[in-house]
Write a protein that binds this ligand. Structure first.
Ligand SMILES: Cc1cn([C@H]2C[C@H](O)[C@@H](COP(=O)(O)OP(=O)(O)O[C@H]3O[C@@H](C)C(=O)[C@@H](O)[C@H]3O)O2)c(=O)[nH]c1=O
Length: 186
C-alpha cells in the first residue's frame, strides 16, 4: 500500500497493491497492520457504511462534534466521486482549508480523513457507491454540516452541471452552516 500525505498532510491518500489476473483482481481493502505501517496511525474502526448516489448528488460537508468526532477511511466501489476534506480543527494552521481527490472504482484510491475534518463528496458518474469505515458511531445529536459552497472555504467542485443547475442536496445539507458562523468546531 502506498500512502501519500496530501497538501493538508494529516489527510492521506492510500493506493492499494492490486493483483490482476485472468479472473479479475484482488486487493486488500483494509489491513490494520499495513495501514499502521504506511501511515503511523492505528484507528479503531467501529462502523462500516455504504451509500449509493446518482450523478450530481453532493453529500456533505459533514462532521460530528467531540466526543463523537469520527475519523473516516473512504473509498468507491462503483463509479467515481470527487471527495473533499476540510480542516475545521480550532487552532490548526490549515483551518478552513480543503483538499480534494477523485476516488473511483477504477483507481481504487482511499482517503484517510482524520477526526476534526468535515467531509463530503460529489458523485461524478451515473451512479457511485461509496464505502467507509468510521472510528466512532453515528450520533445525530453531534452531527453538523458545513455548507458545501461556503465561500470562505472555497471548494472547487468539478463543474459537471449545466449553467444554473445546482447539485442534488439533502434538506439538511442545503441548510448547512458557513464555517464563520459555526460555534462547535472540533
Ligand atoms: C451517516 C448515517 C446515517 N444514518 C441514517 C440517517 C438518515 O436517516 C439516513 C441518511 O443519512 P444522511 O443523509 O446523513 O447520509 P449521508 O448524507 O450519506 O451522510 C454521510 O455523508 C458523508 C459525506 C459522510 O462523511 C458521512 O459521515 C455521513 O455524514 O441514514 C444512519 O443510520 N447511520 C449513519 O451512520
Amino acid at each position: 500500500m502506498k500512502a501519500t500525505p496530501l497538501e493538508i498532510p494529516d489527510v492521506i491518500l492510500l493506493e492499494p497493491r492490486v493483483f490482476g489476473d485472468d479472473r479479475g483482481f484482488f486487493f486488500e481493502s483494509y489491513n490494520r497492520q499495513a495501514f499502521r505501517e504506511a501511515t503511523g496511525i492505528d484507528p479503531d474502526f467501529v462502523q462500516d457504511n455504504h451509500s449509493r448516489s446518482t450523478q450530481g448528488v453532493l453529500r456533505g460537508l459533514h462532521y460530528q462534534l467531540p466526543p463523537k468526532a469520527q475519523g473516516k477511511l473512504v473509498r468507491v466501489v462503483a463509479g467515481e466521486v470527487f471527495d473533499v476534506a476540510v480542516d475545521i480543527r480550532k487552532g490548526s494552521p490549515t483551518f478552513g482549508r480543503w483538499v480534494g481527490e477523485v476516488l473511483s472504482a477504477e483507481n481504487k484510491r482511499q482517503m484517510w480523513i482524520p477526526p476534526g475534518f468535515a467531509h463530503g463528496f460529489l458523485a461524478l458518474s451515473e451512479t457511485a457507491e461509496f464505502l467507509y469505515k468510521t472510528t466512532d458511531y453515528y450520533s445525530p445529536a453531534h452531527e453538523r454540516c458545513v455548507l458545501w459552497n461556503d465561500s470562505d472555504v472555497g471548494v472547487i467542485w468539478p463543474s459537471i452541471f449545466p449553467a444554473g443547475n445546482y447539485p442534488v442536496l439533502s434538506t439538511k445539507d442545503a441548510n448547512g452552516m458557513v464555517l464563520r458562523e459555526m460555534t462547535g468546531c472540533p
